[in-house]
Design a protein around this ligand. Structure first.
Ligand code: BES
Ligand code: MN
Ligand code: ZN
Length: 500
């Protein structure tokens, strides 16, 4: 979708979007359109339940006296509640209402509204950003779709007095949207197209933004002793890879030590020999969402030239059953030297991360490591689809992450770590086993990861199994791969890890 900013012009063709506040009070431009159309808006108001509540809409089709095809009146609710997130969800509501309306173009008029704390430029930029995020669609494999069945809206002009200011405010948001789309594309791809080697190849795109790539193949990983990651991939015809993406944007030498992001990239998870049931198994194409988010985040940081040294590491494997697959009961040796008894080959993400986390710390010496993984079904049982699970060994990092989640609408909920849980993964024959029984499944998984975190490293694990994919459209996120985590971690970096 094409997004532009312009000064207000009420004489354009196409759809118009104007706002009303709580109680149904029209904005100045809404008032003007009402007058120009002989009172069409106010007549419609009188005959509807529209009260200007946040996200509420009222449409007047073919208003007389105007070139406009329609007027969409959009409620913004209580003026003092309008912040950047609220403006973004208004942008989402605009695409929800007009995306398939038949109109190709829309003009959104952002007036100065008394009581709204955002400047006109901020309001306009955030509306545009939300609209952009909601317009995402993964349709590259729909070859027979008729043009009339595709979304009609291809161009949105956000009209505001402060055009230059709006463009300036939008620039970094546009970078974030690009990164979110990069992630959503990866997460949406089927596993016959996206497997470790093709995933690594896609990351080449990041080099254009100034990201340095390093790819480890199986031979190199074997030499490094990554028996856990390689064990997961050994049943697949698709060889495993690790990719590191480095963005060095810190201007000062004292900020050299990087922050690291590590993603689980299981490009398909059949469960292996502990095979999953057939129903819903297709969902396991997005078991690489953690890696997808890390990739999209690096895309954002590089595109907006973040003043930070950051490294993204993704562990890419396919978990398949075959004559060469690892068996329940196998014992694997990790790069760290610790051994793991593989009780269930479907608990593979922790095995992949054990080696990816260790290699990341050994290679890049980060002060902070944040991993993202669609790690456990148990986190969906606990939190549903409304929070990602967070496990963290550092109070400051915990506070920062919770705040960044609230600020971006990507909510986190902290769960505990502790010795009592750690005991659940003790093994009779190895240093640990890869499952800790039915109880507290997400926590025992996190305990295993923590065994691969070095002393003095601030660490957080985000279990995104419940939030990486959505089955319904909502706000700024259409159904499908959500990109959850990109916005949150970009905010974390911007607020706490960028040198000035
Ligand atoms: N990839 C799954 C977790 C998952 C489930 C992600 C549903 C997204 C949606 C993970 O590898 C897995 O299979 N976990 C097992 C662990 C169990 C064997 C201890 C699970 O959650 O059942
Ligand atoms: Mn699994
Ligand atoms: Zn998995």
């Amino acid at each position: 979708m094409r997004l532009t900013f312009a000064t207000p012009d009420l004489k354009r063709p196409g759809a118009f979007v104007v706002f009303a506040t709580d109680g149904g009070k029209l904005s100045a431009s809404a008032d003007k359109l009402d007058k120009a159309s002989g009172g069409a808006l106010k007549r419609a108001l009188k005959n509807s339940k529209f009260k200007g509540r946040k996200g509420q809409t009222l449409v007047v089709l073919g208003p007389t006296g105007l070139k406009a095809s329609r007027i969409l009146l959009l409620g913004i609710g209580k003026v003092d509640k309008v912040d950047d997130l609220a403006a973004q969800s208004l942008g989402g509501a605009i695409f929800r209402s007009l995306g398939s309306s038949g109109d190709k173009t829309a003009s959104v008029i952002v007036d100065t509204i008394k009581g709204v704390k955002l400047t006109g430029a901020e309001f306009a930029a955030n509306v545009a950003y939300g609209c952009q995020l909601r317009s995402y669609r993964f349709d590259k494999y729909r070859t027979q779709e008729k043009p009339e069945d595709k979304p009609s809206l291809t161009s949105v002009a956000v009209m505001v007095k402060e055009v230059a200011g709006a463009r300036r405010k939008f620039a970094p948001l546009g970078n974030i949207a690009d990164g979110v789309f990069f992630t959503r594309d990866l997460v949406s791809e089927p596993a016959n197209i996206l497997y470790p080697i093709s995933f690594a190849a896609r990351l080449r795109a990041l080099t254009k933004l100034g990201v340095k790539l390093r790819v480890l193949d199986e031979k190199q990983m074997k030499k490094l002793g990554m028996g856990a990651l390689l064990g997961v991939g050994q049943g697949s015809a698709n060889p495993s890879r690790i990719v590191a993406m480095e963005w060095n944007g810190a201007p000062k030498a004292k900020d050299k030590q990087p922050i690291a992001f590590v993603g689980k990239g299981v490009t398909f998870d059949t469960g292996g020999i502990s095979i999953k049931p057939a129903g819903g198994m297709e969902d396991m194409k997005w078991d690489m969402a953690g890696a997808g988010v890390v990739s999209g985040l690096m895309h954002v940081l590089a595109a907006r030239k973040a003043k930070v040294n950051a490294v993204g590491v993704v562990g890419l494997v396919e978990n398949m059953p075959s004559s060469n697959a690892q068996r329940p009961g196998d014992v694997v040796k990790t790069m760290s030297g610790q051994t793991i008894e593989v009780i269930n080959t479907d608990a593979e993400g922790r095995l992949v991360l054990a080696d990816a986390l260790w290699w990341c710390q050994k290679t890049f010496k980060p002060h902070t490591v944040i991993d993202l993984a669609t790690l456990t079904g148990a986190i969906i049982v606990a939190l549903g689809h409304h929070h990602a699970g967070m496990f963290v060994n550092n109070e400051k990092l915990s506070d920062q992450l919770i705040a960044s989640g609230k600020g971006t609408g990507e909510a986190l909920w902290r769960l505990p770590l502790g010795d009592a849980y750690d005991k659940q993964v003790r093994s009779q024959i190895a240093d640990m086993k890869n499952v800790g029984g039915r109880d507290a499944g997400s926590i025992t998984a996190a305990q295993i990861l923590q065994r691969f975190i070095q002393k003095d490293v601030a660490w957080a694990h985000l279990d995104i199994a419940g939030v990486a994919w959505s089955n319904s459209d909502a706000g700024t996120v259409p159904r499908g791969g959500t990109g959850f985590g990109v916005r949150l971690l970009d905010r974390l970096v911007a607020d706490h890890y960028e040198g000035k």
